[in-house]
Design a protein around this ligand. Structure first.
Ligand code: NAP
Ligand code: G4F
Length: 348
């Protein structure tokens, strides 16, 4: 049966993918966007004709409550956050307000509206703080190492608290890192790498500056994860679910595959370490155990790490090549041999 879904963070990676998925499945989607002076809809530009976009801010209870009350959604998915861990060290109070308190504003809006809206909070594997290569699950201890992770713990526990106190359908999706070609924010490490590769191939830059390339993450494919989020909403009862692949790779592993795939060879020729990009406290490694989602939601990740990396490289390269084809003057200094070689072998 068709449901109405209210999605915050619809201009971001997950919110926009979830909207695509919900629409594909025949649901009605309402997206909350922040007022901004340049009207940039980000990843939601293609959704304008299919989705009702309403201005609101999760820091502002009155706006979220008004939208909840007027739209009477079946599902409310909170994809909104100040989601960059590094930035949270520079803007800890702001991050706490959006990523932490913002969750209470969503939950209170549902509670005060009196509707039986099912709520899903996008929690994060950063909450665990990481313990080597031990696979983490819903029962693992939370030990946040950043203002972002601390705020996520607040939102996570608030969701559980509203579930227990008011018998609300309020679930947590505890996701490990997941990426979507062309939609991942440009300052997350994966997209930073693939955008830099495109720029190196175009002859615009020679080097890529990174911080801790030994950090290991359990990287999955965002589209797979959005299917899991929908399954959590459709599950018979509210609960908490880990979404992960069960494998960790380092930032340098990502670089190795990405640069080689682009035909640039050894990444070490291009990657330079900038100590300023190290975080005051970084999670060394994260690996997830998704057995519960597999057992109860019948969810498994489909796209593996190597394919994910190659798709991200292809996507950013394809965009740049199309721009150059449309306007050759856009990249006067590009390296035509490399681009031709790459497009013949990988984009055909
Ligand atoms: P993202 O691309 O950074 O998107 C964040 C979204 O939140 C954007 O649409 C942004 O709008 C919106 N937003 C920020 N502050 C807001 C506010 N005050 N009011 C309303 N909207 C606001 O993040 P993502 O990667 O899609 O992640 C989605 C959620 O999953 C986030 O909560 C993130 O913390 C969590 N998560 C992500 C991952 C991952 O690997 N991607 C893993 C675990 C958890 P603007 O476009 O206006 O900035
Ligand atoms: O891509 P990142 O910024 O992602 P991070 O910090 O793991 O957070 C992402 O995943 C979380 C789930 O685990 C989400 F909750 C969160 O919202 C976000 O989506 O950094 C990954 C690793 C880190 O160890 C970082 O120190 O890459 C390392 N890194 C090395 N050089 C870099 C860089 N990260 C960034 N962003 N930029 C660099 O230049």
């Amino acid at each position: 049966m068709e449901k109405t879904a209210l999605i915050t963070g619809i201009t971001g990676q997950d919110g926009s993918l979830l909207a695509d998925l919900m629409l594909e499945r025949g649901h009605k989607v309402i997206g909350i966007i922040r007022r901004n002076s340049s009207s940039n809809l980000g990843n939601a530009s293609h959704l304008q004709s299919d989705v009702d976009l309403i201005e609101g801010d999760i820091q502002d209870l009155s706006s979220i409550y008004r939208i909840q009350k007027s739209t009477r959604p079946d599902y409310f998915v909170n994809c909104a956050a100040q989601s960059h861990v590094g930035t949270s060290f520079d803007q800890p109070l702001y991050t706490s307000m959006v990523t932490g308190i913002g969750v209470i504003n969503c939950l209170e809006s549902i509670r005060m509206s009196g509707y039986h809206t099912k709520f899903l909070q996008l929690s994060s594997s950063e909450m665990f703080g990481g313990r080597g290569e031990e696979a983490l699950n819903e029962e693992s201890v939370l030990a946040p190492r950043s203002p972002y992770a601390t705020a996520k713990c607040f939102g996570h526990w608030a969701t559980i608290n509203y579930r227990e106190s008011y018998k609300m359908f309020a679930s947590n999706a505890i996701s490990f890192n997941h990426e979507a070609p062309g939609r991942r924010g440009p300052n997350f490490v994966t997209r930073k790498i693939t955008l830099a590769i495109a720029s190196i191939l175009m002859g615009e830059s020679e080097h890529l500056y990174l911080g801790n390339i030994d950090a290991r993450r359990d990287w999955g494919y965002a589209e797979d994860y959005c299917k899991g989020f929908l399954a959590a909403l459709e599950y018979k009862e509210p609960d908490d679910f880990v979404f992960a692949t069960g494998e960790a790779h380092s930032v340098s592993d990502f670089c190795k595959i990405a640069f080689a795939h682009a035909g640039l060879g050894d990444y070490k020729r291009y990657v330079k370490i900038d100590p300023m990009l190290y975080r005051p406290n970084d999670v060394p490694a994260l690996v997830g155990d998704y057995s519960k989602a597999k057992e109860l939601l019948n969810w498994t990740p489909e796209v593996d790490f190597e394919i994910l990396v190659k798709r991200m490289v292809n996507s950013d390269l394809k965009d740049r090549i199309e721009i150059v084809r449309a306007d050759p003057h856009d990249a006067t200094d590009n390296n035509p041999d490399m681009i031709t070689k790459f497009s013949q072998s990988n984009l055909a």
